[in-house]
Design a binder for this molecule. Structure first.
Ligand code: EPU
Length: 439
């Protein structure tokens, strides 16, 4: 298993370009299953989860061509398998996004039920209740979700009131509704930019979706969808991670190819905490200047509020801010796994249920630490960048799932970080394959 070795204490300086959003690319790739025609996606990030999603598409019979590194041409003309097997679902929960498109186009789908994972129990009950509202019969058989459309093979439009806001649930139902009879209305829908991006692609394919980006989405079903070409939006979480990297190291970074309007709550919070941020143009941010970081409380919430996917990185930042901050996690019940590792580096953090109290400023010291999930890994890398001495982050396959070449990007702006490749046999239960999936 690869590790990162980081020598802290160097301010980051230079320019960094943001890759495409993994969490938008994954549903957009799944959407290609809705049509026999070719869907061309540009700006896909080169990360492990995209490779896994590609494998899923190929396993079920789709053809995926890669004319360029970040472009996929996906043709789902000859789908032979209507399921996402356990081997894939256990490594990547987003495989459940195959359910909506398969059910909508072929009237049947089987997806292994994902178990709990490193950040919480993460059920998919809301997805399943939504499919039932669209007329599907949903059964659990031998650990698999088996869903069938009514006898004529086509879902019926319906009204779906999500009890809780769910991102992939909204995406799954929005995709399923595109080919249903009549109108579907999704209430209390997720409003993430990734939802809007997916709706944009679906509409290019011929779907009739209105209201994406608001909490009420209306989908008028159509007979069939066609091919389309689409460019994935930039990854707002990668951009946020680099902003924090610049702030923590008292560096100066120009962050290119991003969409600041997708990160309004994060940017406002970081400014409040003393981070100097300027929008140079609609796709470029500048971080740097005389920064005096001060503690500022935050509560994670669905978009447009502060994202849970930035909570771990923000916690690393708060260890370097003057004063006491409270960080409340409301989206997932178990997303403080990074805390004990940050504590090993000297951070003063106290956890009480869903609330973390961080006391800063702490001089962090390098230590061997273990990454537990994607965003937790990012927070450990950030801590390593300011720690005195050497930090070794183990199990970086978590970070490879969602950050494109993070060590190369960091090194290019002055960080002392290297990947140590290890081919030793992993201890039982500690391989990328067997580890809890977190997407
Ligand atoms: N939930 C249910 N039942 C459901 C669905 C969700 O109880 O049927 C609960 C979850 O357990 C959680 C909350 O609702 O407590 C929100 O979960 P959501 O469904 O929104 O999460 P997700 O769709 O599984 C996506 C991202 C995550 C991100 C969350 C929240 C993708 C592929 N994944 O997950 O990304 O944290 O939304 O914004 O889009 C990451 O990139 O590191 C990551 C974990």
């Amino acid at each position: 298993m690869d590790k990162f070795r980081i020598s802290g204490g160097r301010p980051l300086k230079g320019r960094v370009s943001i890759s495409g959003a993994k969490n938008s690319a994954l549903p957009c790739m799944a959407a290609a299953v809705l049509t026999p025609e070719t869907v061309i996606l540009h700006n896909l990030p080169y990360v492990r989860d995209i490779i896994t999603q590609r494998r899923l598409l190929e396993d079920i019979g789709a053809t995926v061509l890669t004319p360029e590194l970040r472009t996929h041409k996906i043709t789902a003309a000859h789908i032979e398998l209507f399921e996402a097997p356990y081997e894939l679902v256990k490594t990547m929960r987003a495989s459940v996004l195959a359910l909506g498109p398969l059910l909508a186009r072929f009237g049947k789908a089987k997806v292994s039920l994902p178990g709990g994972c490193a950040i919480g129990t993460r059920p998919i009950d809301l997805h399943l209740a939504g499919f039932e509202k669209l007329g599907a019969e949903v059964k659990l058989e031998a650990g698999n979700v088996v869903a069938r459309a009514p006898r004529d093979g086509r879902l019926r439009g319906g009204e779906i009131h999500f009890e809780k806001i769910t991102v992939t649930g909204t995406e799954n139902l929005m995709m399923a509704a595109t080919l249903a009879w009549g109108r579907t209305t999704l209430y209390n829908a997720a409003r993430e930019p990734e939802i809007t991006d997916l709706a944009e692609l679906l509409n290019k394919m011929g779907a009739r979706i209105r209201g994406a980006g608001t909490s009420t989405i209306q989908v008028d079903g159509v007979e069939a969808l066609g091919g389309a070409e689409h460019t994935i939006i930039p990854d707002r979480i990668e951009a946020g991670t680099f902003i924090i990297a610049a702030a923590m190291t008292a560096g100066e970074l120009e962050i290119k190819d991003c969409r600041p309007e997708h990160s309004a709550a994060l940017i406002a919070k970081l400014r409040e905490a003393g981070v100097e941020l300027q929008e140079l143009n609609p796709t470029t941010l500048h971080v740097g200047g005389a920064m005096k970081l001060t503690a500022s409380d935050v509560t994670t919430q669905p978009h447009p509020d502060f994202p849970t996917d930035m909570q771990a990185q923000y916690m690393a930042l708060m260890t370097q801010a003057q004063g006491r901050s409270q960080i409340v996690e409301t989206v997932f019940e178990n997303r403080f796994m990074h805390t004990s590792e940050l504590q090993r580096m000297g951070a003063r953090i106290h956890i009480d249920g869903s609330r973390a109290t961080v006391d800063g400023v702490t001089r962090l010291t390098g230590a061997p630490v273990i990454a537990s999930d994607l965003r937790a890994s990012a927070s450990l890398v950030l801590a390593g960048l300011v720690a005195e001495g050497e930090t070794v982050v183990d199990r970086v396959y978590h970070i490879d799932r969602g950050y494109e070449k993070i060590e190369a990007k960091l090194r290019a702006v002055g960080a002392d970080i290297e990947r140590v490749r290890e081919s030793v046999t992993a201890p039982p239960g500690a391989t990328a394959e067997a580890d809890a999936a977190v997407v």
